[in-house]
Design a protein around this ligand. Sequence first.
Ligand code: NAP
Length: 312
Amino acid sequence: MDRLYDVIILGAGPAGLAAGLYAGRSRLSTLIVEKMQAGGQITLTDEIDNYPGQMPEGESGQTLTQRMMEQTEKFGAERVSDTITETVLSGDVKVLRGMKGEYHAKNVIIATGAHARPIGCKGEREYAGRGLSYCATCDANFFEGLEVYVVGGGDSAVEEAVYLTKFARKVTVIHRRGELRAAKAIQEKAFQNPKIHFMWNTVVEELGGEDVLSEMTVKNVETGEITRIEADFADGMFGVFGFVGLIPNSELFNGMIDMDEQGYILTDEDMHTNIPGVYAAGDVRRKSLRQVVTAVADGAVAAVQAEKFLTE
Ligand code: NAP
């Protein structure tokens, strides 16, 4: 058998990196397996202003997680880039099979995060990357001087709408209800921004256009009224950014680990799942607040529990 790690952490977002830091500091042999680029969803955030003590002006998710990574490495956690496709978690030795290799550990911390939920309208697949995006920091610059629409009313939608005003001529938030879900501090920024407009009680029915996104049909859910939106002739296109929530990256553990009906992993307050030696931390688990501050706390708790499991 290959090396048997004390703990393997799946995912290198804030929860996984914090777990790696705490496990490394406890001198546990630790491997962090990341699927693609390390850092997780927060790397898509342009500006963070609610992580305690983190005040540098213009700090992005990318720079914050870069420092987290360096700190984790400093305490000895190893990292490998691989996609795990199969797991055997029930025994004392947990087995993780990936595209590049097989990994073994006494404890596994699942910190696989979540990904953007599709808007669920017609034409969504066709226009992804041709006017439709789910990442403002990645794609905002393509819409310099154009009109954009943001779908959703949560923290992501409203925060990213504010960010998009740095590029777009006009930003319209399309929300299915008459009030936003986003935190009040985030809402205030949006309401004060003259470039931001709102379409309340509205859902997107269909996206269209010849080559790129230039037409959209929306429906007022209260009146049933259908409105067709067309790009300005001079622009030839507009942008749509979807931020209608998250889907947990927990599919790999279906039927193995207890989850709620949305696929969020169920844990107790010390991050234990229903399998001994297996923990979940961060956005992938069912919890009431999904933020960097709660993700890193989950990661720390899970790592300490892993250490306890080994010593007991
Ligand atoms: P979210 O909080 O789940 O909000 C999703 C929004 O999309 C809601 O307004 C929801 O409407 C709407 N929605 C859901 N399904 C829809 C559909 N099919 N069609 C149209 N609209 C739909 O998701 P999120 O904003 O992506 O945030 C995810 C998590 O990350 C949250 O826990 C959030 O607090 C956290 N987050 C935090 C920060 C921050 O702290 N600065 C930033 C970003 C995200 P309803 O309101 O009607 O349900």
